[in-house]
Design a protein around this ligand. Structure first.
Ligand code: HEC
Length: 153
């Protein structure tokens, strides 16, 4: 009797041990290829290089009311963010930026985006971006990874 229980227990253990690692959730159809995603994120400095594209994409839902991030898709309340990574602040032609943004004199990269997105009005007094900021470090890390990928398409 005890032997049978033992056997059943062992079988369960083996099954558990053999269960394959859970596959990552599928990417939405309009995402770049997984290799392109990893390559773009790998170029970021730590800790952004461990950012999660899919999670960042979810954080971006909070930006989407004001920003599109598709080439040629135009501006909303905020400028189009296509290619934002690596470009100069305030440089989308035809967008009515605040004087603060026009004079910001910075390139958007991981550290400058991180500081701005943490608390836009503290980082850039006078900005017209009406967004409270993202206080959670992991959210900013994932979002910056997402922005990097979308900028590199
Ligand atoms: C309520 C609308 C609104 C929301 C929400 C918002 N933004 Fe903005 N954003 C703006 C506006 C307006 C500007 C232009 C600010 C200025 O000129 O001072 C801007 C500017 C920016 C810029 C500078 C762009 C450039 O061309 O220099 C970045 C980067 C940016 N936003 C990222 C984000 C991200 C990422 C989020 C989501 C976490 C977000 N924004 C949420 C309205 C918004």
């Amino acid at each position: 009797m005890a032997g049978r229980h033992l056997l059943a227990g062992c079988a369960a253990l083996v099954l558990l041990a053999c269960e394959p690692a859970r596959p990552p959730p599928p990417l939405p159809l309009d995402s770049p290829a997984p290799a392109a995603i990893s390559a773009a994120i790998a170029e970021l400095p730590a800790p952004y290089s461990s950012g999660d594209y899919l999670k960042g994409r979810r954080v971006f839902l909070r930006c989407r009311g004001c920003h599109l991030i598709k080439e040629g898709a135009g501006d909303r309340v905020g400028p189009n963010l296509y290619g934002v990574y690596g470009r100069a602040a305030g440089s989308v032609a035809g967008f009515a930026y605040s004087p603060a943004m026009l004079n910001a004199n910075r390139i958007w990269d991981a550290p400058t985006l991180d500081a701005f997105l943490t608390n836009p009005r503290v980082d850039l007094p006078g900005t017209r971006m009406g967004f409270i900021g993202l206080r959670t470090e992991a959210e900013r890390r994932d979002l910056i990874a997402f922005l990097r990928v979308e900028s590199a398409r």
